[in-house]
Every structure is written in structure tokens, then in C-alpha cells.
Design a protein around this ligand. Structure first.
Ligand code: NAI
Ligand code: A1CAB
Length: 273
């Protein structure tokens, strides 16, 4: 199956994450005319894509033609209300793909006809440049063809991983869904630390951004493990070792990361309600 042969896609919510996925789909060749978007607060860019490329934005009949894949990309807190409204646009043979943190397959299924194929996923924002990763778990009625269609759509946004145990999704969300924010925080903190060490804000920002993006690119392109790359920077008795003694001390980055991921995982479980 190709991206072009998936059939009509209905995207409900084109905010930061739904919008990033939409960008990934269009950049990688999903025909815009095949996409219908329901978004009450459409950004100017989305409106331009609608008028320039034929994407259907908030049409009167979102289910004409009937969607093959319905992507739910609204906040978990409004998911129940939104589903009650959009259920009328969901054909029984469409696969419903939720990207909401915390919301379980059972939460989604409660608003849909019995036997609706549902895939719960967690993408991340690098999807916008085709460099995201999406983790998926399907309910028992998703067909091989629907799994393939969802995989095709999601791989336009980067890597795709399938898991069998839905209980792991909150931990997945805490690692890869929220993870880009941790990396951006690292870039912000590194720039701030450069200013504190005497650099101008402009130079500190430039150094921090080039370093974080360059290190990420090196991690990907080299295929080496992060600890090997870290050790390659660390000369015995040198400057990096001095910094890492602080950053890796008890209670510092490794411990804080574990606590942060545990907090995000707990929050995911709360969002199910
Ligand atoms: N932002 C991220 O990095 C990630 C977000 N997610 C999940 O993606 C979902 C969306 O999150 P964001 O994009 O960050 O939030 P957002 O607030 O940027 O986007 C949600 C969009 O839904 C729209 N919306 C509200 N009511 C609607 C309705 N009745 N019909 C259609 N659209 C409606 C809003 O106008 C908004 O643009 C959440 O469930 C979140 O858990 C998952 C992984 C990563
Ligand atoms: O912060 C959130 O709840 C969403 C889910 C993962 C990333 N953003």
C-alpha cells in the first residue's frame, strides 16, 4: 500500500501535534485533496493549504467521501465531547486512530459503535519534518489492511513501532511523546548557562542550538550508542569530565530524568478519566 492509496483521511484537530502530522503527510506526498480537517481555530497556514492545495477544511459534509482513516488529535480533556459530535462522520469500516495522551482504547470505544477498529498511538512533534516516532497499539478488530494503512500514514511522519501491551502507552508517552520538550529544555538551559559563564545571549544561543542539533544528528548518523559518543567527548582529566561529575551526580540529570518520566507516566494515567 502507498500513501496515495490509503483513501480519504479525516483529521479532527490540527493544533501543534495534528498540524505537525499534517505537514509530514503533505510533504511526503499524501494528496491534500484526500484530506479533510475539522479545526475550529484554523491557523493561517492551514487555511492557505486549504485554498491553495485543495485540502477540505471544515466542510459541511466531512464524510463525503467517507473517510478510511479518522485521526483524533484533540486534547484528552475534550476528547469525550468531540467524539460524541464526530461519531456521525465515522463509517463502520474506518479505522479510528487516536493520538491523545492517556486516553485508552476503552475510553475511545465507549463513544463509537461496537466493533469499531481503533488504534491508540503516541506520535511526537518531529513528525513535522518526517523525523518523529509513533508508537501504536491496536484493538482486536483492526484488520491487516487497516494496520497497513495506519502504518503508511504514520511512517510519513517518521519511524513507527507497534506494541501489544496498551499498559505501556503512558510510559511511551512520557519518553517519546513528551521527550522533545526535554531536549529543547536542554538547549535552553545550555544557552542560559553560557550567558551565566560570560557569553553574550546571541553567541550562547547559537552555540547551544548548533550543539544540541549537531549532537542529535551525530547520534543518528553514526549509529553509535549515546554513552559511546559521550565518552568520545570526555578526555580524562579534562573539561567535560569536570562538568559530568556535576551533571551525573546523585540527584542530578539521570535521577531527575527518571523522576520526570515517572511524573509524566502518572499524569498519563490520570488523563484517562
Ligand atoms: N503536542 C505534542 O507534542 C503531542 C501531543 N499529543 C496529543 O495530541 C493531542 C493534541 O495535542 P496538541 O496538538 O498539543 O494540542 P493543541 O491544543 O495544539 O491542538 C488541539 C486542537 O484541537 C482543536 N479542537 C478543539 N475542539 C475541537 C473540535 N470540536 N473539533 C476539532 N478540533 C478541535 C483545537 O482548536 C486545537 O487546535 C492531545 O491529545 C495530546 O495528548 C500526543 C503526542 C505529542
Ligand atoms: O504534554 C502532553 O500532554 C502531550 C502528550 C505528549 C506531549 N504532549
Amino acid at each position: 500500500m502507498s500513501l496515495q492509496s490509503i483513501g480519504p483521511v479525516l483529521l479532527v484537530g490540527a493544533g501543534k501535534m495534528g498540524g505537525a502530522m499534517l505537514e509530514g503527510w503533505i510533504d511526503r506526498g499524501l494528496p491534500a485533496e484526500q484530506i479533510c480537517v475539522l479545526e475550529p481555530n484554523a491557523a493561517a497556514e492551514l487555511r492557505a493549504t486549504a485554498s491553495g492545495q485543495g485540502l477540505r477544511l471544515n466542510p459541511e459534509k466531512p464524510n463525503a467521501p467517507p473517510p478510511k482513516v479518522v485521526v483524533l488529535a484533540v486534547k484528552p480533556q475534550v476528547m469525550d465531547d468531540v467524539l460524541q459530535d464526530v461519531v456521525r462522520y465515522v463509517p463502520e469500516d474506518a479505522v479510528v486512530l487516536s493520538i491523545a495522551a492517556g486516553k485508552t482504547i476503552a475510553n475511545i470505544a465507549a463513544h463509537l459503535p461496537k466493533g469499531q477498529p481503533i488504534i491508540r498511538t503516541i506520535p511526537n512533534t518531529p513528525a513535522a519534518i518526517g523525523r518523529g516516532i509513533t508508537v501504536c497499539v491496536a484493538n482486536g478488530v483492526v484488520s491487516d489492511e487497516q494496520r497497513e494503512a495506519a502504518g503508511e500514514l504514520l511512517s510519513a511522519c517518521g519511524e513507527v513501532a507497534w506494541i501489544e501491551d496498551e499498559g505501556l502507552m503512558d510510559a511511551v508517552t512520557a519518553v517519546s511523546g513528551s521527550g522533545p520538550a526535554y531536549v529543547f529544555l536542554l538547549a535552553e538551559s545550555l544557552a542560559d548557562a553560557g550567558v551565566a559563564a560570560g557569553l553574550s545571549p546571541e553567541l550562547a544561543r547559537r552555540l547551544a542550538l548548533a550543539t544540541v542539533s549537531g549532537a542529535g544528528e551525530l547520534l543518528r548518523a553514526s549509529g553509535l550508542e549515546p554513552d559511546v559518543l559521550r565518552k568520545n567527548v570526555t578526555s580524562p582529566g579534562g573539561t567535560t569530565e569536570a562538568a559530568l561529575k556535576v551533571l551525573m551526580a546523585p540527584g542530578a540529570i539521570p535521577d531527575l530524568m527518571r523522576e520526570g518520566v515517572a511524573a509524566a507516566t502518572r499524569r498519563g494515567k490520570e488523563l484517562a478519566d
